[in-house]
Ligand binder design. Structure first.
Ligand SMILES: Nc1ncnc2c1ncn2[C@@H]1O[C@H](COP(=O)(O)OP(=O)(O)OP(=O)(O)O)[C@@H](O)[C@H]1O
Ligand SMILES: [Mg+2]
Length: 339
């Protein structure tokens, strides 16, 4: 298990979100005969002992290859999934097992923006009504007050003129406009935290930059904190203050943007950064992308989970799990060879 020194923060902290040794194991579905014969239950270890904090007003990025556990962490923080183990604090309140009315009230304070705005909208409801929907659930006010609050938010996200777009349906808007509407819907309850799961990945290349700019502006205007999930380190560079790199359900490195990009210490982070396209053809790659596929999360490799793919592996790596330790101020890495 990767132990993070971040798990030893004081109980009262400046963090909006504080996650300690978080685990989510999904039991593997089996047929009844297989279940009878099996001596043990197999689990997909989607998240396997992750600790981090997100300060008020900060953008923490989570990056890693497909299947590394990014979305599962996002859903755990939002309390859309029940953790297997670990603790989640939100504004110093333990929300790990929150249920019922307290959980409903918490939902106002944390919102989510998914990759595909079309899939997260109701095709038969007007844009304005969809944005107003969380408002209706969480805040009791008159229809006129609600419409005016929604139009104001729509103007903020660039859905103008708001009084005309209010009555349009999702298919009548472009992909970029739809994602703006999803952002407006997230903002309408005035949340503190937004979990953005690959929010621009499906948008047309031409509108990605403006969506990111919008997210930065909204963060400042609405005093937001983001958990920004991405597999694209070029995007993360634009918006994140700190970045955590995930590999097979564990954090292998976390630190300030300048540290992770300027001084990556984990061979996996180095390989991911090397894979980011550079506009200058004269710049040659020095480190190859990690060989092979991500191993099976049901039966992860012993020791460091990255060792079968690591270009600098030593014997110790297959035997002992490297702890996530602070190598430079605020820069933590889980690698036996990191100096
Ligand atoms: N409900 C579920 N039941 C079983 N396994 C799951 C479930 N949700 C996720 N997993 C598994 O957990 C692991 C992590 O999945 P997750 O979706 O969190 O990865 P991700 O980093 O978001 O990947 P991507 O970049 O493809 O979105 C994967 O092996 C996935 O198959
Ligand atoms: Mg995902």
């Amino acid at each position: 298990m990767t132990k993070s020194t971040e798990s030893s923060f004081n109980n009262k902290s400046d963090a909006l979100v504080q996650v300690t040794d978080l685990k989510k194991w999904f039991p593997v579905q089996k047929g009844w005969l297989e279940q009878k014969l099996a001596k043990r239950t197999d689990n997909v270890r989607a998240v396997d002992g992750v600790s981090f904090k997100i300060k008020h007003g900060e953008v923490l990025g989570l990056a890693g290859e497909s299947g590394s556990g990014k979305t599962t962490i996002g859903r755990l923080v939002l309390r859309l999934l029940e953790p297997t183990e670990g603790q989640i604090l939100f504004d110093n309140e333990d929300i790990t097992h929150l249920k019922g009315e307290p959980l409903r009230l918490l939902r106002r304070r944390m919102q989510v923006v998914f990759q595909d705005p079309f899939a997260s909208m109701n095709p038969r409801m007007s844009i304005g009504d969809q944005i107003a929907h969380p408002h209706q659930i969480h805040i009791n006010n008159t229809p006129a007050e609600r419409r005016s609050a929604v139009e104001e938010i729509m103007e903020h996200v660039g859905l103008t003129p708001a009084n005309q777009i209010y009555d349009k349906y999702p298919h009548q808007l472009s992909g970029g406009m739809r994602q703006r509407a999803v952002l407006a819907r997230a903002l309408v309850t005035h949340p503190s935290l937004i979990v953005a799961d690959e929010p621009i990945a499906m948008a047309d290349v031409s509108v990605r930059a403006s969506l990111l700019e919008l997210m930065v502006r909204l963060k400042n205007e609405f005093d937001l904190t983001y958990l920004f999930i991405t597999h694209d380190l070029a995007t993360a560079k634009y918006i994140c203050d700190r970045i955590g790199i995930l590999y097979l359900g564990t954090l292998v490195e976390i630190g300030d943007l300048t540290e992770i990009y300027g001084n990556p210490l984990h061979p996996y982070t180095q390989a991911l950064l090397e894979a980011v396209p550079v506009p200058d053809p004269k710049l040659r790659r020095t480190v190859a992308m990690p060989k092979g596929e991500i191993p099976n999360p049901i039966n992860p490799p012993s020791g460091c989970r990255f060792h079968p793919r690591c270009p600098i592996v030593i014997d110790k790596c297959s035997q002992d799990i490297p702890p996530l330790v602070e190598i430079r101020p605020g820069h933590r890495v889980a690698c036996w060879l990191a100096k």
